[in-house]
Design a binder for this molecule. Structure first.
Ligand code: PBG
Length: 331
C-alpha cells in the first residue's frame, strides 16, 4: 500500500530544496529598461506602471547608478522626446533626449554595466509607428520597410557614438540587423553589439508602454510585428537575425510566449533574452495593489519561470528591486 517512490524527500527542508534547485536567478541576468523624458525636471510617474517613471536627466543618472550597485546586468534606455515628427528626427539628433542620456550614463558608469538603447523610431514619430510611412495609391499609409532601414542605420550610428555598448533594434523591419551591423562596421563601431528583438509579437500587453513613452500611435503594428498564434515564424525570424549578425536575440513578450523562448533557447548559438513587458508588470502590480497576490513571491516566480523556459537574460521593470531581494537571499 505504500508508495515506492517519494519525491517529497527532496522537498523536506529548505536546505534540501536549495541543493536540488535547477534554475538560477541572479541579478546579473536582469536588465532594467528605463525611460528618460526630454525637458523633465523631476521624475514623472506612469500611472499604469506603478513604481516606474519617466526620468529627468538627473534622476536617470541616480537611478542608473543605484541599479548598477544592486547588481543588474545592464540597462536598456528609451527616450521620450518633446517634439515628434514624421521621420522621428529626435532619434538621430545628437542632442536628442536618448542620445544625450546615453552620453550621460556612459560618462557616469563607463564600462561598469552594459548600456543598451532601443533602436526604434516609434517614440520619436508623430504617427507612432516604428518606421517611416509611405502613402499608397488608395491613400492608405504603410510602414516603408527599406526607407526605415536607412533611418535605423543613422540612428544606430548616433547611439553608438553616444556610448551605447549594445543596440536593441525593436522595429521588426526586414533586414534591420544586417543594415545596422553594416552601418556600425562602416562607421568604425565594430565593437558595438546588437541584441535583436527577433521574435516580437503584436501584443496587447504593450499597452502601458504606450503611456510610458507618450506614444502617438493610432491603430496597431500588425503589419510588422508577429501574429500571436505563430511559433514557426519566430524561428525563421531568429535564424535570419543570426545570419545577419545578431550578437544576442530576444523573444518578446515573455509570459505568454514561454514556448517560443524554449524553442529559441534550443536552437540559438547566442544568448537569448526575454522581455517581461509593461503589461506583464502592470498585471501583477494591479493584483498586488488589490491584495490579491504577494508581491515579492509573485515577481520572483515570474522571473524564475522565464529563466526556466530558457532565457539567459530578462529585461524587466523589477530588475533593480529583484536584484536587491536576490542578494538578500544569498546572505
Ligand atoms: C518599440 C518597443 C515597444 C516596447 C519596447 N520597444 C513597444 C511596441 O512595440 O509597441 C514595449 C516594451 C513594453 O511593453 O514593456 N520601440
Amino acid at each position: 500500500m505504500f508508495p515506492e517512490h517519494r519525491p517529497r524527500r527532496l522537498r523536506g527542508t529548505a536546505a534540501m530544496r536549495r541543493l536540488v534547485s535547477e534554475t538560477t536567478l541572479r541579478p546579473r541576468q536582469l536588465i532594467l529598461p528605463m525611460f528618460v523624458a526630454e525637458g523633465a525636471d523631476a521624475p514623472r510617474p506612469i500611472s499604469s506602471m506603478p513604481g516606474v517613471v519617466q526620468h529627468s536627466r538627473d534622476s536617470l543618472r541616480k537611478a542608473a547608478v543605484e541599479a548598477v550597485r544592486a547588481g543588474v546586468g545592464g540597462l536598456m534606455l528609451f527616450g521620450v522626446p518633446k517634439v515628434h515628427d514624421a521621420v522621428g528626427s529626435g532619434a538621430t539628433d545628437e542632442n536628442g533626449v536618448l542620445n544625450v542620456a546615453l552620453r550621460d550614463l556612459r560618462a557616469e558608469l563607463g564600462d561598469d554595466t552594459v548600456l543598451m538603447a532601443d533602436t526604434c523610431l516609434d517614440e520619436f514619430t508623430d504617427h507612432g509607428h516604428c518606421g517611416v510611412l509611405r502613402r499608397g495609391e488608395a491613400g492608405e499609409d504603410t510602414v516603408d520597410n527599406d526607407a526605415t532601414l536607412e533611418r535605423y542605420a543613422e540612428m544606430a550610428i548616433a547611439q553608438a557614438r553616444a556610448g551605447a555598448h549594445v543596440l536593441g533594434p525593436s522595429g521588426m523591419m526586414d533586414g534591420q540587423v544586417g543594415v545596422i551591423r553594416r552601418a556600425l562596421d562602416d562607421a568604425g563601431y565594430a565593437d558595438t553589439g546588437i541584441l535583436a528583438y527577433s521574435a516580437k509579437y503584436a501584443s496587447a500587453f504593450y499597452g502601458p508602454f504606450r503611456e510610458a513613452v507618450d506614444s502617438q500611435l493610432k491603430g496597431d503594428r500588425k503589419t510588422y510585428q508577429q501574429d500571436p498564434g505563430n511559433a514557426r515564424e519566430a524561428l525563421r525570424e531568429i535564424e535570419l537575425d543570426l545570419a545577419e549578425g545578431a550578437d544576442a536575440i530576444m523573444v518578446k513578450p515573455a509570459l505568454s510566449y514561454l514556448d517560443v523562448i524554449k524553442a529559441a533557447a534550443e536552437l540559438s548559438p547566442v544568448p537569448v533574452a526575454a522581455y517581461n513587458i509593461s503589461g506583464e508588470y502592470a498585471m501583477v502590480e494591479a493584483a498586488v495593489a488589490n491584495g490579491w497576490l504577494e508581491r515579492e513571491r509573485t515577481v520572483l516566480e515570474v522571473l524564475t519561470s522565464i529563466r526556466r523556459a530558457g532565457a539567459d537574460m530578462i529585461l524587466t521593470y523589477w530588475a533593480a528591486e529583484a536584484a536587491t531581494w536576490l542578494d538578500r537571499e544569498k546572505a
